[in-house]
Design a protein around this ligand. Sequence first.
Ligand SMILES: [Zn+2]
Length: 76
Amino acid sequence: MSEMTNTICPRCEGNGFIRVKDLLGEDIDQADCPQCDSQGEVMLPIELTFVNEDGGRESIIKKAEVEEWNTLKYFL
Ligand SMILES: [Zn+2]
């Protein structure tokens, strides 16, 4: 089993909430992040993370395409 590590939530980027947009892409609301339960951090297998320039640990899947996001869900 992989070692798990605390990682900045890739969905809300550590904010604990996500922006809700309308069909035109305008921000219309905010919602608690369902990925991290508004904690701003998630536990991920260490091989799916990297340390950013600020010394924080981020998911390598953060910038991935939406299809790959489904792969991340498998680990969560
Ligand atoms: Zn989150």
